[in-house]
Design a protein around this ligand. Structure first.
Ligand SMILES: [Cu+2]
Length: 117
């Protein structure tokens, strides 16, 4: 909860390459704040069911997806959004990370302590 893994700059478009490297297990990759589109799956054109806007994508074992997303608003270096596996057991076990959206030229800050509010 207290960490920030990386920052995305408001007004930019990013391509995230997401790979399931965990043997024998599928994952459901979910991103907060933005929706994304699937650019390709292991370099191939995505199947029809992966067309359109998503906030979660089923990630089979060994697959690599490229996801394109645009960060358009809510810049705040200290208030992170989560990305995580949407399988309850995995997210409960901490399969997640956090990012912030920052203004151009800014970098990630520090997660605000609940004691400061
Ligand atoms: Cu998972």
């Amino acid at each position: 909860m207290a960490r920030i893994d990386f920052a995305a700059t408001v007004g930019t478009t990013e391509i995230w390459e997401v790979t399931n490297t965990e043997g024998g297990t599928h994952h459901s990759f979910h991103v907060h704040d933005v929706q994304f589109q699937v650019l390709d799956v292991a370099g191939r054109v995505p199947p029809p069911e992966l067309a359109g806007w998503k906030d979660t994508v089923w990630l089979p074992e060994g697959e690599t997806f490229r996801l394109i997303m645009r960060f358009e608003d809510y810049a705040d270096p200290d208030t992170p959004y989560m990305f995580h596996c949407h399988m309850l057991r995995h997210e409960d076990e901490g399969m997640m990370g956090q990012f912030v959206v920052v203004a151009p030229g800014d970098s990630a800050g520090e997660v605000a302590s609940p004691h400061r509010h």
